[in-house]
Design a protein around this ligand. Structure first.
Ligand SMILES: NC(=O)c1ccc[n+]([C@@H]2O[C@H](COP(=O)([O-])OP(=O)(O)OC[C@H]3O[C@@H](n4cnc5c(N)ncnc54)[C@H](O)[C@@H]3O)[C@@H](O)[C@H]2O)c1
Length: 336
């Protein structure tokens, strides 16, 4: 590789990982090393499906490694010195963490510790380390409350607890060893090629197949989340390499919508009408799962004061994504 900057992205074959690869290839001249263990959620075909792949693939190197194990000498040599590390590799599905918490501890907490050990021993010139975390570490937000970065951590399911553990691990390495860690806490990300276990692709699939749309909660107790397109996330991470400060936490805020509004918006785009309210067969309200948080909400002032704002609006990027998902050749991503 040449003298250009290099970013190591863990979890690059996952949903957000491949979008941030696209962002880096489009917006910078950096080289990219993707490190991933290719779990059920990792899929290298995502990388080859992005627009700049064919013309820019010479800038990308892929390394298979499972972060549950320490990074070996051989893998260390393959990685070499890098300028930035963006750590996204994780088990990411809450429902799975309710079935078995242990893989979340090993992949997310131990995995982060193994990566930090690698940095401590082999990356003396690292400029920034992004610990990519989630709004869920703060726990449920009562109506009207938007958590700032100094809010208490009250994770309420094993997934978010493992992310909080990983955040603490990263912060401790920043403090003890001077590793330039930045923690980002991001709300719900949407975008093309998301694994179909997640709410948006699952809902698109149900509507296309005239099946029931599962909504957690009841009509009077709807869950609400904030949503942001993965391209905005990529943009923010690139921005932070210049403007972000080590040992700081930055929330990445999206637009708040309840899940029924979102399902109706998807139906409007696909079928030209919202889900039919009286025809209850189209919606199935599930009692909240264990540890279900009714609402997550973040305050995004800190990122704004740093000079960043999301370029893509929720409405435009959301509608465009749904239209993209239902094109025949793209339906394979919801039928995995
Ligand atoms: N999707 C969201 O809405 C959201 C919101 C906030 C934060 N996050 C965080 O963003 C990150 C990426 O989320 P995603 O939705 O893209 O998840 P994803 O499940 O689509 O991708 C995760 C990737 O990590 C890889 N991976 C898992 N364990 C690994 C290990 N031990 N070693 C190496 N690679 C491993 C998988 O193979 C996969 O490619 C996660 O850290 C998640 O906690 C996601």
């Amino acid at each position: 590789m040449d003298n250009k900057k290099t970013v190591l992205i863990t979890g690059m074959a996952g949903f957000i990982g491949h979008h941030i690869l696209e962002g880096v290839l489009k917006q910078t001249d950096w080289n990219v090393i993707g490190l991933d263990s290719l779990t059920y959620a990792g899929n290298l075909n995502k990388l080859t499906d992005i627009g700049p792949w064919e013309s820019q693939k010479h800038r990308v190197k892929f390394i298979w490694h499972d972060l549950k194990s320490p990074i070996s000498e051989t893998t260390n040599k393959m990685i070499g010195p890098v300028d930035y590390i963006w750590h996204l590799a994780a088990e990411s599905h809450i429902d799975k963490s309710l079935e078995d918490a242990i893989p979340f501890v090993t992949n997310n907490v131990l995995g982060t510790a193994n990566l930090l050990e690698h940095v401590k021993c082999h990356q003396p010139n690292l400029k920034k380390f992004i610990q990519f975390s989630t709004d869920e570490v703060y726990g449920a937000a009562p109506d009207g409350i938007f958590y700032t970065e100094d809010a208490h951590l009250r994770p309420s399911n094993p997934y978010s607890a493992s992310k909080a553990g990983a955040d603490m691990m990263a912060y401790s390495f920043a403090h003890a060893f001077g590793i330039p860690v930045i923690i980002t806490r991001c709300m719900n990300v949407f975008g093309e090629r998301q694994y179909p276990e997640k709410f948006i692709p699952k809902t698109v699939k149900a509507i296309l197949e005239n099946k029931k749309v599962i909504i957690h909660g009841s009509e009077s107790e709807l869950s609400s989340r904030c949503w942001i397109h993965a391209r905005n996330v990529a943009d923010f991470l690139i921005f932070l390499m210049d403007k972000g400060h080590s040992k700081e936490i930055y929330n990445i805020k999206g637009e708040e919508r309840n899940v029924l509004d979102l399902a109706n918006r998807i139906s409007q785009i696909i079928k030209g009408r919202p889900l039919l309210k009286d025809e209850i067969e189209y919606i199935e309200f599930h009692t909240a799962r264990p540890g279900h948080d009714k609402r997550y909400a973040l305050d995004g002032t800190k990122a704004k004061e740093l000079g960043w704002e999301a370029k893509l609006s929720f409405e435009e990027s959301f509608d465009k994504m749904i239209k993209w998902m239902v094109i025949d050749q793209n339906k394979r991503w919801i039928n995995l």
